[in-house]
Design a protein around this ligand. Structure first.
Ligand code: ATP
Length: 199
C-alpha cells in the first residue's frame, strides 16, 4: 500500500491541502483526528490523562478540556513530553491500522503534523512538506485560533524550522502566500503519486 505523509508546521496549511487531495478522491488519514479520538471518554488515553492531570482536566460535559491541556503542555516541557510519550505509539498503531484498512485505495495520504519530531517516517513511503514561512504561520494561527501572538510564537519554537523540514522532504508544496495555486500543485502531485503507486 503506497502511502504519502503530509507534514508541515502548525497552521502551515496541512488541512487545507489534505482537503484538496480528498476532493480528488484520495483516502486521507488525519493523525490529529486519531489523537482527538484517543482522548475521548472510554479510550485508553482519556484514562491516562485523567489519572495524570487529575479530575480538573475534565469539563462539565465529561470530556477532556483540550484548550486547558494544550495550555499546560505548551508551557511545561516535562508535561508535553509525558503526553507525547503516552500518545505517539498509540497514534502510530492506529495510523498503521488505518493504512491497512485502506488497502484497496490507489494510495493514502497520512497527515502527520510532527512527522519528523516523532520519527513517524517509517509509517509512510514518501514525505510531502508544506512550505510556509514562520511569519505566515503566526499570522494564520492568530487569526484562526484567536490566540495571542506570544503563544503562537512559543508553539512554533517547539517545532522544527521550515527549512529543516523542507530539507528532509521528497516533495514540497508552496503555501507561502494566499496567492499560490494550491489546486494545480495538488493535481500535479496526485498524478505523480498515482504513477509511483503503480495505480
Ligand atoms: P494545524 O497545524 O493547526 O493543524 P494546518 O497546517 O492544518 O494547521 P490549516 O488549518 O489548513 O493549517 O491552515 C491554517 C489557517 O490558514 C486556516 O485558517 C486556513 O484557512 C488558512 N490558510 C491556509 N492556507 C491558506 C492560503 N493559501 N490562503 C489563505 N489562507 C490559508
Amino acid at each position: 500500500m503506497f502511502s504519502v505523509g503530509l507534514t508541515g508546521g502548525i497552521a502551515s496549511g496541512k488541512t487545507t491541502i489534505s482537503n484538496l487531495f480528498s476532493k480528488l478522491g484520495v483516502a486521507v488519514i488525519d493523525t490529529d483526528i486519531i489523537s482527538r479520538n484517543l482522548l475521548e471518554p472510554g479510550e485508553l488515553a482519556f484514562d491516562q490523562v485523567c489519572a495524570h492531570f487529575g479530575a480538573s482536566i475534565v469539563n462539565a460535559d465529561g470530556k477532556i478540556d483540550r484548550v486547558r491541556l494544550r495550555e499546560i503542555v505548551f508551557n511545561n516541557p516535562a508535561e508535553k513530553s509525558w503526553l507525547e510519550t503516552m500518545l505517539h505509539p498509540l497514534i502510530y498503531q492506529r495510523s498503521h491500522d488505518a493504512i491497512v484498512t485502506n488497502a484497496g485505495a490507489d494510495y493514502v495520504l497520512v497527515v502527520v503534523p510532527l512527522l519528523f519530531e516523532t520519527n513517524f517516517q517509517s509509517l509512510v513511503d514518501r514525505i510531502l512538506v508544506v512550505d510556509c514561512p514562520a511569519e505566515q504561520q503566526i499570522e494564520r494561527l492568530v487569526k484562526r485560533d484567536q490566540i495571542d501572538e506570544s503563544l503562537a510564537q512559543k508553539m512554533l519554537q517547539q517545532q522544527l524550522s521550515n527549512a529543516e523540514r523542507v530539507a528532509r522532504a521528497h516533495d514540497t508544496i508552496d503555501n507561502r502566500s494566499a496567492d499560490v495555486d494550491l489546486e494545480s500543485q495538488v493535481a500535479a502531485l496526485h498524478r505523480r503519486y498515482l504513477q509511483l503507486s503503480g495505480a
